[in-house]
Design a protein around this ligand. Structure first.
Ligand code: IMP
Length: 192
């Protein structure tokens, strides 16, 4: 099936811009669920990133009956049995997540962690998942002012994601990896 338009199950302007930029070489227009007229707010009660992504994608697909993508992401800390995982956004009030995580881990020496991003694609015939991961570790203190969420406490190659420029982060991020897989999937689909 030729795809020239994708609905993204989000109204987050930053996510939309990022996905638009990445998919523009394929000639695919990306519009928000709002622009597509899908007034849905599904309950994200999945226990994995893939479950939450498909909950969002399916809800918007049911409303628009056109190809849809949705993403879900978060931080998984090995020493915390993978938490906060799908609860990353609800772990602490916005702006307090880093302080809370550092406090929870103050006596823990095993610091390895990863970010995961799962993108679900639904077009009524196919359902596909594209997953990206960024491996690193939780620092002892918050550093840097770029980025968002847990970036100031997530270290990779000697610096936190909040100390990197957005270009540097985009080369290694979980979201960039999942988007690259989405690009390749859509590119292949175009040629079919
Ligand atoms: P969502 O995918 O927009 O629901 O994001 C889930 C939560 O995971 C965010 O609110 C952040 O706390 C966290 N998160 C996801 N990706 C990143 C990232 O690249 N840096 C820092 N925090 C992130």
């Amino acid at each position: 099936m030729m795809i020239d338009r994708l609905v993204m199950a989000t109204n987050n302007k930053n996510k939309l811009r990022e996905v638009r930029e990445i998919l523009s070489p394929l000639g695919i227009e990306v519009i928000s669920q709002q622009e597509a007229g899908a007034d849905v707010q599904p309950v994200e009660n999945g226990t994995t990133f893939a479950e939450n992504a498909i909950i969002k994608a399916q809800a918007v697909y049911n409303a628009v009956k056109a190809p849809v993508i949705a993403d879900d992401s978060g931080l998984c800390v090995d020493a915390l049995d993978g938490r906060p995982s799908v609860y990353s956004a609800r772990y602490a009030p916005e702006g307090q997540e880093c302080a809370k995580l550092l406090d929870e881990m103050k006596d823990i020496s095993e610091r390895s962690a990863y970010f995961e991003c799962c993108i679900a694609f639904v077009d009524g015939i196919n359902t596909e998942f594209m997953t990206g991961r960024c491996y690193g570790s939780i620092s002892r203190e918050a550093k840097g002012t770029n980025g968002f969420g847990y970036d100031p406490v997530f270290e990779r190659d000697g610096k936190t994601l909040a100390e990197m420029t957005s270009n540097e982060k985009n080369r290694i991020s979980h979201r960039a990896e999942a988007l690259k897989k989405l690009y390749e999937y859509l590119e292949k689909k175009k040629g079919e």
